[in-house]
Ligand binder design. Structure first.
Ligand code: ZN
Ligand code: CU
Length: 485
């Protein structure tokens, strides 16, 4: 037969955590049709991929791209890294189901301004994604903080039984419409007052759907182990897999504790499906939080509503200019965003290397001066951590961003190079792949990503978007338990 495309002589790293092999890969009707030595076959288009790696398109399991996939559907920050699917709705904040009464509360403001929240039902969001047809596939979690904001007049208390019932109904409706699960952002003031039982009752909806519970822990600072225990207890109670978001040891007093965190994760994994995601940097980024203001490490301001001219400057410098203590300068900058250089490199490397961790960028696309993870997370794992530092072999790096991720989140027939699977693919040069975005110039495309196919169509090559955008909304498909060891 005549295929649409044959990629010839690539080193195929198929996402299953096994070493690469040389093969030709034939694609037809958006699917991978054949893998092997295809000398007998021909295609409308053939590509010589000798000397390069063909991998499944990367899955960014931790994003805040909720409204950007619709408003700026070219998604260049992601597709230029080889990402072909983004999971939105993390950290308790999602664009749907949302009915705002006023401005979005912190940190929902990370997703856009009030006028961008126009999806009162999950179904409305799903339809809007399919209509916008972004360059990458989109799957979505429902945010706990978003649900709270829909049903509570005051976010600084725990929800009443009636409010919990209303949130559950909205969550159930969303799960029926294909949501992947529930996310929380319990460290943020807008969710911190929620008692464990509030979250556990919501999470009870997940089990029937095989849906997942993901959480930005109640603390990433000293009480991080207690926060992990809370997350595991919620997951066990709800019979739902648990994914800890951007697992880290935050704050100078917490450095060096990653072995304890990972031991706790391993222990929980013995009796319940658990995992985590992480981004490959020793600096975090979010809204500017007064509780995190310190002189123990550098803090850079990325945006400020009252002082947009300070974007990209260090809080220390701004405070010195204004002759104010750090905390007062921070107060004057709010609402604002920040990069916190608050992690230890060794902790980052340990968590990144752990078999239970997946890669998620946590990039903030609305930020005028974003943390470089938005444009660089995936190539940084491949180039800096796997190749240059030798932290783990390339096939392990690929697995953490493809096969493992698809299995954990229940993304059916994605994340592996297998006959019959959707043809989300990335061709890259293992010698050259590297992140170019840094903290000074954060909006730069990575090097070494030669071509990206989404649903069988070439979507990015030679530094540019190609063809028509081919992403789809991906509903939850099948039980997630299969994805856990
Ligand atoms: Zn978070
Ligand atoms: Cu996040």
């Amino acid at each position: 037969m005549l295929y649409d495309l044959i990629i010839r002589d690539a080193l195929v790293i198929d996402g299953s955590d096994t070493p690469g092999f040389h093969a030709d890969v034939a694609i037809h009707d958006g699917r991978i049709q054949r893998i092997g030595s295809l000398d007998d076959a021909s295609a409308a288009e053939e590509i010589n991929a000798a000397g390069r790696v063909l991998a499944p398109g990367f899955i960014d399991v931790h994003t805040h791209d909720d409204t950007v996939v619709i408003r700026q559907p070219d998604m260049l920050a992601k597709i230029s890294q080889g990402v072909t699917t983004v999971i939105v709705g993390n950290c308790g904040i999602s664009a749907s189901p949302v009915s705002l009464k006023g401005a979005p509360p912190d940190p929902m403001n990370l997703l856009g301004a009030q006028q961008h929240f126009v999806y009162p039902r999950f179904r409305d969001y799903r339809n809007a994604v399919d209509e916008a047809r972004p360059a990458v596939n989109v799957a979505a979690l429902v945010g706990h903080t978003a649900l709270r904001n829909n049903h509570m007049d005051d976010l600084f208390r725990s929800a009443s039984p009636d409010e919990i019932a209303a949130m559950r109904e909205q969550l159930r409706d969303s799960l029926e419409e294909g949501a992947l699960g529930l996310s929380t952002g319990l460290a943020y003031a807008s969710a911190f007052s929620a008692e464990t039982t509030e979250v556990a009752q919501l999470a009870e909806e997940l089990g029937a759907f095989g849906a997942v519970y993901t959480t930005h822990l109640r603390s990433e600072f000293e009480p991080v182990l207690e926060a992990m225990d809370e997350a595991f207890s919620i997951g066990r109670h709800a019979r739902a897999p648990v994914i800890i978001s951007h697992l880290k040891c935050a704050g100078a007093g917490n450095w060096g504790r990653s072995p304890q965190l990972l031991a706790s994760l391993e222990k929980a994994a013995q009796s319940h499906p658990v995992g985590c995601d992480c981004y490959p940097y020793a600096a975090s980024s979010s809204t500017l939080d007064l509780k995190q203001v310190t002189d123990a490490f550098r803090i850079t301001i990325t945006w400020s509503t009252p002082h947009p001219e300070q974007s990209g400057r260090d809080l220390q410098e701004i405070a010195a200019d204004w002759q104010l203590p750090l905390i007062d300068a921070a107060r004057q900058l709010q609402p604002a965003g920040a990069v916190y250089y608050g992690m230890d490199e060794q902790d980052v490397e340990r968590i990144l290397s752990h078999p239970l961790s997946m890669i998620g960028s946590d990039g903030l696309p609305e930020d005028p001066f974003p943390h470089p993870r938005l444009w660089g997370a995936f190539p940084r794992v491949l180039g800096h951590f796997s190749r240059d530092k030798g932290l783990f072999p390339l096939h392990r790096a690929v697995h953490k961003m493809t096969g493992l991720s698809a299995a954990r989140f229940g993304l059916h027939e994605r994340g592996l190079i297998r006959e019959g699977f959707h043809a989300d693919l990335v061709l890259f040069d293992a010698e050259r792949v590297i992140d170019i975005a840094d903290f000074k110039q954060p909006k730069r495309a990575a090097a070494g990503i030669d071509a990206v196919w989404v649903n069988g169509h070439l979507s990015y090559a030679d530094g540019q978007a190609r063809g028509e955008r081919q992403g789809r909304f991906l509903p939850r498909s099948g039980s997630l338990r299969e994805g856990f060891r």
